[in-house]
Design a protein around this ligand. Structure first.
Ligand SMILES: [Zn+2]
Length: 98
């Protein structure tokens, strides 16, 4: 068989397939068992990409976009938006429109 000539045996292939199956299964169980794992990784990735620690800024009431204090919001919706995106009122108005 050509498999043997290439130094690759059918048994090896089945082991690889089995390992891939295990890997996929562990990924699935990880995702289901730890729903916060992904968001935590996402936060880290975002911090790496943007250089901004969004949660740190929000905790300190600082806009993640312009870096100015974000304390005054015109309504509860804008304040809620700040908790999500970290944008102050001015940046929200400029980004999302009034
Ligand atoms: Zn701002």
């Amino acid at each position: 068989m050509n498999w043997c000539n290439n130094g690759l045996h059918l048994e090896d292939l089945s082991v690889v397939v089995a390992r891939l199956g295990d890997f996929a299964a562990s990924l699935r169980s990880m995702k289901m068992a730890k729903p916060t794992f992904k968001s935590e990784e996402m936060e880290k990735t975002l911090i790496k990409m943007t250089g901004i620690d969004r949660r740190k800024c929000i905790t300190a009431d600082i806009c993640t976009w312009c870096g100015k204090p974000a304390k005054n919001f015109k309504d509860a919706i804008s304040e809620k938006e700040y908790r999500i995106s970290g944008f102050c009122q001015k940046c929200q108005d400029e980004t999302f429109g009034e």
